[in-house]
Design a protein around this ligand. Structure first.
Ligand SMILES: NC(=O)c1ccc[n+]([C@@H]2O[C@H](COP(=O)([O-])OP(=O)(O)OC[C@H]3O[C@@H](n4cnc5c(N)ncnc54)[C@H](OP(=O)(O)O)[C@@H]3O)[C@@H](O)[C@H]2O)c1
Length: 269
């Protein structure tokens, strides 16, 4: 990694803070090369102290950064773009957007079609280096920029490059997915609690069931082969799978992701 690449976070909320913490700990960028801007001055001071990085105006951030990460909410981007348009020195900068739903064409409309912009959809598990980041890039992006982005997000977990047409679906799976899985873990834990298992132990048992199953699949096991090994006919797991079938749980779970993907596509229209 080129230690001289200077990173500027435009917006410094939950997700930007996760990314910042990981790149500092992973020594992807030295703290002295990281800037951020946000609107709330008291939060800015608190963030400066906590992360040991410098808060600045948007103009200073643009002047002093090689790569600028857009980290505001999708609903806030229009106002931000209005402010960015007035800033000098945007030419040649690298831009990364982590905003759900906002298309590259939106940024090109504001920054020009030659602007180098990569959309990245990281997730909260990046904070424990188990992230899954979906990437899609504009044609103008240089090889150096793309390899920087691969190293940046690769330092916090897995990355997958996909065409932009698949971004909304992949974002629902990768970025919202942990939220849906957390709900399922909590639901499993509550069954244990109902039958007398202390909550902390029940939560651990449920979370480790998800983690272990995931690890097996990530090591290359096929889901159907695993199911055959776990569920013997008329056995314990089989009884549960029968209920899953009756409830059409797979289809219902898929509907959850479809709704999230639809919301991501709404945000861009
Ligand atoms: N949370 C996740 O798991 C996740 C995962 C993947 C992607 N994302 C994406 O990450 C983005 C941020 O989400 P979040 O949860 O981190 O939101 P958040 O906590 O609300 O943070 C938004 C940040 O943007 C700043 N901001 C807004 N307008 C600004 C402006 N005009 N100039 C400068 N800063 C501005 C806010 O600053 P002030 O508070 O000071 O106004 C705040 O620091 C979203 O677009 C989301 O799609 C989130």
């Amino acid at each position: 990694m080129d230690q001289n690449i200077r990173v500027g976070f435009a917006g410094f909320g939950h997700m930007a803070q996760v990314l910042c913490e990981v790149i500092i700990q992973g020594k992807v960028c030295p703290q002295s090369e990281i800037l951020f801007c946000r609107r709330d001055p008291s939060q800015m001071k608190e963030n400066e102290q906590r992360f040991g990085i410098t808060g600045s105006s948007l103009q200073t951030l643009v002047s002093k950064s090689d790569v600028i990460l857009f980290c505001m909410r999708p609903q806030q981007v229009q106002q931000f773009m209005g402010e960015l348009k007035k800033i000098q020195g945007l030419e040649g900068k690298w831009f990364i957007s982590i905003l759900a739903g906002i298309k590259i064409s939106y940024f090109h409309a504001h920054l020009g079609t030659h602007a180098q912009i990569i959309r990245a959809m990281p997730n909260i598990a990046s904070s424990v280096l188990e992230g899954m980041t979906i990437l899609t890039h504009s044609p103008a992006c240089s090889r150096d920029f793309r390899s920087f982005v691969n190293i940046f997000f690769g330092s916090m977990g897995e990355i997958a490059e996909l065409p932009e047409s698949m971004m909304d679906t992949a974002s629902a799976m990768a970025a919202s997915g942990p939220g849906f899985v957390v709900r399922l873990i909590e639901a499993e834990a509550r069954v244990g609690v109902k039958h007398g298992i202390p909550y902390e132990q029940a939560l651990k048992i449920a979370a480790q069931a998800f983690a272990g199953a995931s690890r097996l699949i990530l090591k290359g096991e096929r889901p159907m082969n695993l199911l055959n090994s776990i569920a013997t006919p008329n056995g314990v797991t089989h009884a549960g799978l029968d209920v899953m079938n009756k409830l059409e749980l797979d289809a219902h779970f898929q509907a959850v992701f479809e709704a999230a993907a639809l919301r991501a596509s709404d945000l861009s229209s």
